[in-house]
Write a protein of this length. Structure first.
Length: 134
């Protein structure tokens, strides 16, 4: 049985690792051990920040929706509650895009939310008056 020489596999593995570490500072790009540690850490940060980016972008959408809703005299939570009452199924990404690119369309949606909110308030007031009279 012939002897197996493993040098090429190790060399290929180290070469791949060092090519991934291109652009790093100092020994982090040229020494295998430092490059491996740096890449491991970079991967952990990348994984964490892919999750964090989703939270940051959602927060940006909410900020944009809130700013546009306040132009129609609604707070963010009143606006979202009004949309739920009106059974409008637009997600925050679409609403934020409309707030930036289509202010007139957003204003119409805000009016729909506002009418459903006032309807709900009137129903509550009528129910409270009926309870008070009984």
């Amino acid at each position: 049985m012939p002897r197996v020489k493993r040098g090429t596999a190790a060399h290929k593995r180290k070469k791949r690792l060092l090519s991934e570490a291109k652009g790093y500072y100092g020994a982090r790009r040229s020494q295998v051990r430092k490059a491996r540690e740096t890449l491991l850490r970079a991967g952990a940060f990348a994984y964490r920040d892919r999750k964090a980016r989703k939270r940051v972008v959602r927060s940006l959408w909410i900020t944009r929706i809130n700013a546009a809703a306040r132009l129609s005299d609604l707070s963010y939570n009143q606006f979202i509650h009004g949309l739920k009452l009106a059974s409008v199924d637009l997600d925050r990404k679409v609403l934020a895009d409309m707030a930036v690119r289509d202010q007139e369309g957003f204003r119409r949606i805000a009016e729909i939310a506002k009418t459903h909110l006032t309807r709900k308030r009137e129903q509550r007031a009528a129910a409270a008056a009926a309870r008070g009279a009984a």
